[in-house]
Design a protein around this ligand. Structure first.
Ligand SMILES: Nc1nc2c(ncn2[C@@H]2O[C@H](COP(=O)(O)OP(=O)(O)OP(=O)(O)O)[C@@H](O)[C@H]2O)c(=O)[nH]1
Ligand SMILES: [Mg+2]
Length: 454
């Protein structure tokens, strides 16, 4: 594949690649059919992957079958690469394997041609620090490679261009090998996903509501996560919640967060576990989204999703990012969504009201916050509690016994006790909890009563 996203075996080797990668120089380029090409996001992605952007080039024209750009533009690209002494060309386009090969052929020896997807994979490869993340990166790389291997195999078979791309002979065994690896990785990811699903169910059974932070990359999800999270009680929960973590790193960089982090959030009544996860980005091919699907399970399977958007950006940028986010959520999301306008500390007076009005179609009734200053966060907590699935109210009268006392404390752990009254031989607990918890409390109480009468 193009780019240097190979070597997904992680470990110390990866750390060295990362250090070495920090002084790579890149020219970023983009072609659009019409209008002006915007290089902001691809430049941010390049920086996130550790490239220094040394020059840029854009072109507005229809796609050239052989070179993607016009051939004259490729000559200009070559000049710029030479002048800037660049190591790589980063293209913000969906570039076919042959186009990549053809552009590479016009560039000085050793200059890499990297497209948007391989660049994103490179970033993910550098950030992948769990088994699951590494497997997902490997899966995406293999899925990127498969059609390319197929193309090479069919060319080799027809004996038209042996040694295509200077990478030696290809036969179908390469393809078979890739397919076998893909299926092995899928199996392992499936079993990880099953364990995670079981853990979510267990958490629900213990009375937690699961709230997920979703949104475009760099919207401020991790910063908001830290703001909402309770002072850490990881130690207390270390066994029950192995992915609970004290940190959720924030940086002004795309894709700071790759894996998922879960922390307890402090709410008035509800026990909420908040999960932070990978950000969304526009224009991803389906194979890349699918490779990271199980990372988004914590969003899709939550009880409530907080869709965070950077409100300091232009209305147009916000709209595009909201649409991308909704597209990503659309097919599989099961939970209600609350839109959060973040970074309101950066807005001029009146700007918030204008943006609310302009975006009411894609962001109905958003909560405005600053994760940085804490403004609006109290309102957000109230909103989370009011949007979570309704709790049921119940009143149980129990005999005073050791077993009854442990049931009372179980109810305290799993719901919200409004009143607890002791009489000489009985205790009355008035509480609210999820319907499933209320049902279990009832059956436990029935068990107590029958044990007593036995
Ligand atoms: N001014 C301002 N900056 C903020 C606010 N919230 C987050 N930021 C900044 O925005 C940048 C991105 O924040 P993160 O919390 O890393 O964003 P994220 O959504 O987790 O990003 P990824 O993990 O990269 O997808 C950081 O530089 C934060 O300091 C806010 O309310 N106000
Ligand atoms: Mg983050």
């Amino acid at each position: 594949m193009t780019g240097n996203a190979e070597g997904t075996n992680g470990g110390e080797e990866r750390a060295e690649t990362e250090v070495a990668s920090n002084d790579r120089r890149a020219v970023v380029a983009k072609r659009v059919d019409d209008g002006d090409a915007d290089l902001t996001e691809i430049s941010q992605l390049a920086a996130a992957a550790g490239y220094e952007v040394v020059d840029e080039l854009t072109q507005t024209r229809t796609e050239d079958a052989a070179f993607m750009f016009g051939e004259g533009k490729v000559a200009e690209l070559r000049d710029r690469v030479c002048r800037a002494d660049a190591d790589a060309v980063i293209l913000d386009n969906d570039v076919g394997p042959y186009q990549t090969f053809n552009i590479g052929g016009k560039l000085p020896e050793g200059v890499e041609v990297i497209d948007r997807f391989t660049l994103i994979l490179e970033i993910f490869g550098q950030r992948a620090n769990t088994r699951k993340a590494q497997l997902q990166v490997e899966l995406a790389e293999l899925r990127y490679e498969l059609p390319r291997a197929e193309a090479k195999a069919s060319l080799a078979k027809r004996d038209e261009r042996p040694g295509f791309m200077g990478l030696g002979e290809y036969d179908e065994s390469v393809e078979r090998d890739i397919k076998r690896q893909i299926s092995e990785i899928r199996d392992e990811l499936d079993s990880i996903a099953d364990k995670e699903q079981a853990r979510r169910e267990q958490r629900r059974d213990s009375g937690f509501d699961l709230v997920a932070l979703a949104g475009y990359t760099n919207a401020g999800k991790s910063t908001l996560m830290r703001r909402l999270a309770a002072e850490m009680d990881v130690d207390e929960n270390a066994d029950r919640h192995p992915d609970l973590d004290t940190t959720a790193e924030s940086q002004d960089m795309l894709f700071t967060t790759l894996g998922t982090t879960t922390r307890r959030a402090e709410m008035e009544k509800r026990d909420v576990l908040l999960t932070d996860t990978v950000g969304f980005i526009a224009d991803l091919p389906h194979w890349l989204v699918e490779s990271f699907e199980s990372t988004l399970d914590s969003v899709y399977r939550a009880d409530l999703v907080l869709l965070v958007v950077d409100a300091s950006e232009s209305v147009e940028a916000m709209r595009e990012k909201l649409v991308t986010s909704h597209d990503t959520l659309y097919e599989r999301n099961e939970a209600p969504i609350v839109t959060v306008f973040n970074k309101v500390d950066r807005l001029a007076p009146g700007e918030l009201a204008d943006k609310r009005a302009a975006l009411s179609g894609v962001a109905p009734d958003p909560v405005a916050v600053s994760a940085k200053t804490g403004a609006g966060v109290a309102e957000l907590r109230d909103r989370v509690e009011s949007e979570l699935p309704e709790w049921e109210r119940e009143r149980l009268v129990l005999p005073v016994s050791d077993d009854a006392m442990s049931l009372v404390s179980w109810i305290h752990d799993h719901g919200h006790v409004a009143d607890e009254t002791y009489a000489s031989d009985q205790v009355t607990v008035d509480f609210e909890a999820k319907p499933s918890i209320v049902a279990r409390a009832r059956s436990k109480a029935a068990g107590l009563a029958s044990a007593e009468s036995a």
